[in-house]
Design a protein around this ligand. Structure first.
Ligand code: ADP
Ligand code: MG
Length: 259
């Protein structure tokens, strides 16, 4: 992403700074020179065809994958510097600042909803059980699921599972939230309840990177739109301007298809 143009006043300090990221799997180049700068409080929506590297980019941003070239600086810490990753303990510390929500929910099936949300604060932060549960309950309240605290994940709808997954990520008090197609696995009637929670988070000022095909969400919530194709960012900038006047052929195809 290039720096903001004059129509978009800077909202805060840079919290995510990715420069010259290259990543390959074997002979296949998946990220090619990806640059992105995100300010605190910004919502960045990433779109692009399947296989364009969107998930790989997000996974590099929380250290689930290591790029072989480039730098990633998040919340003032270097996740990757000249292609060299952080040591494991520093990486774990940084991951606390970066929450991630996946398409497939990934809840712990053997734990109650409350325990799913409380386990991070208990096991990773080291809070006593009652304190962790208090935080968890408040977050379940926030995503509209306090009444499901004692339920097991298997008894929930997909939309409810995803809202629990969001609460679980928030329980670590992240500074940045990454969402990888959080509504793609949901029945259409359940998409709205998840997007609504995300929209609320955005309104509260959370910094978010969201990979999604939900163009109505992008139109309403995105500050910045990033378009990927074959591992490259082919267009990026203020979302409103790109929706108004897409410059790249790929963007035009995506916006036509998705809107
Ligand atoms: P997107 O999320 O945009 O669909 P991905 O980042 O998942 O794209 O994948 C980009 C490319 O990298 C695809 O061609 C995919 O097959 C390949 N890829 C992703 N993860 C792996 C992996 N762990 N091993 C090998 N190839 C992978
Ligand atoms: Mg993906």
């Amino acid at each position: 992403m290039k720096s903001h143009d004059a129509s978009t006043p800077p909202s805060g300090s840079t919290i995510v700074n990715v420069n010259g990221l290259f990543k390959s799997y074997g002979a296949q180049q998946v990220l090619r020179n990806v640059d992105i700068q995100i300010r605190r409080g910004e919502v960045v929506v990433v779109i692009g065809p399947s296989g364009s590297g969107k998930s790989t980019f997000l996974r590099c941003c929380n250290g689930l994958e290591t790029a072989e070239q480039g730098s990633i600086r998040i919340c003032g810490a270097d996740l990757l510097q000249d292609g060299k990753p952080l040591a494991e303990d520093a990486l774990n510390a940084l991951r606390k600042h970066v929450g991630m929500v996946f398409q497939s929910f990934n809840l712990f099936p053997h734990l109650s909803v409350l325990d799913n949300v409380a386990i991070g604060p208990r096991k990773i932060v080291g809070l006593p059980r009652d304190e962790a549960e208090k935080i968890a309950l408040a977050l379940l309240e926030k995503v509209g699921l306090a009444h499901k605290a004692a339920a097991m994940p298997a008894s929930l709808s997909g939309g409810q599972k995803q809202r629990v997954a969001i609460a679980r990520a928030l329980a670590m008090q992240p500074e940045v939230m990454l969402f990888d197609e959080p509504t793609s696995a949901l029945d259409p009637e359940l998409v709205g309840e998840v997007l609504q929670v995300m929209q609320q988070l955005a309104a509260e000022g959370m910094t978010m990177i969201v990979v999604t095909h939900e163009m109505s969400f992008a139109r309403e919530v995105a500050d910045v739109l990033v378009v990927m194709e074959e591992g490259r960012i082919v267009e990026s900038g203020p979302a409103a301007a790109i929706f108004e006047q897409p410059q790249h052929a790929r963007t035009r195809i995506l916006l036509q298809k998705l809107s």
